[in-house]
Design a protein around this ligand. Sequence first.
Ligand code: FHN
Length: 430
Amino acid sequence: MTDTNPEIAARTERTRWFLQDRFGMFIHWGLYAIPARGEWVRNSERITVEDYRPYFEEFDPVFYDPKEWARAAKQAGMKYAVLTAKHHDGFCLFDSKLTEYKSTNTKARRDLVAEFLEAFRAEGLKVGLYYSLIDWHHEDYPAYGDLHHPMRDDERYRRDPATFDRYLEYMHGQVRELLTNYGKLDIMWFDFSYGKMAGETWKAAELIKTIRSLQPHLLIDNRLEAGGEGGGSIYTSEPLPYAGDFASPEQIIPPAGVTDDSGRPIPWESCITLNNNWGYAAADRTYKSAATVIRKLVECVSKNGNLLLNVGPDATGRIPRESLDILAEVGEWMSRNGDSVYGCGQAEFPKPEWGRFTQKGNKLYAHLLEENVGPINLLGLAGKVKKARLLADGSELFLSRPWNASMYPDDAFVNFARPEHQTYPLPDAR
Ligand code: FHN
């Protein structure tokens, strides 16, 4: 399917690396790590700006070492990472000249974003920054001080246009700072639009012009128009300039992948927490297993999507041990089976009832998620597959014998090398 629409053609070019890399780390970190009850604590517990101030005075993550974070991400098989430069509480993890409310003014006296970018680039990962459009600290934001309605968009509550324009000047100015002062970025992850607070309310067309002029290759999510539930013109065949380069379903994996209104697959990335909180929550021990993470990653890729897996470092600057252990186990599996993820996408064959397929060129990867799987001819692939090999060690699998996933519990993934002469085009992965 050729891209006659220039916006789509440009998006296709920009997202080539994104569709290859498939797996990234999301990092939610900031003052909220001190109360350790999640990143919405200021609102959920109705904490005033004044009562939240002590966390600013106290913040000093003495064990913050982004080189350790980068090593953990790389060893997990992740290829990119996105850090919160500013979340809804308005605290900036970077040395912004437009506010005093920043990490360089805390006891840490560090530009946490700059150190993150340097460390992750050094490990060869692509880097992105999350930037909250919502700002509960900035006095010109409509919901400023409104502890009950953190996302006011009612005209009665939005200060006069001059006031909100002052906020937009601040917000656009900070985006300009991030795109000017911190080298080449790969992703800007805006968050999030709601009600009237979407699109041109953010002066999004102007913001995109700024972004494209400073870093034209940069990928942008779709949340200048939408939230985690989806939406926006990225889902149409006529996307607006600020539609974004990828859709960003949150905590879910879309049942059938993501397409626009013409049926064209569009780039998408599910962002999912390891426990039930984005920001550090000391009491939340509901961590997903490594097997669950792997299955979610495979499911995303089998539907032409990416997985952005979240960690929430604590107030000392450490990623929780539980998270590191899960990442290490996922990385162990990825070291043997990454070929069935990187650069893969939806297969041309329907999902089998015993697992999932991913495909890359003429290689089909069967992800066996059930214990017993019949011979290849029961898989509906007789005559379409020339040989099968266990991805982890290259050992031969007979096409005519049943396979029992328990024979290779961790690596129940086989690499069907398709008949060489038949090269099935991979479904249009745009
Ligand atoms: O409100 C935020 C939330 O704190 C978190 O950052 C997620 C991550 O995508 N985004 C918003 C909820 O959709």
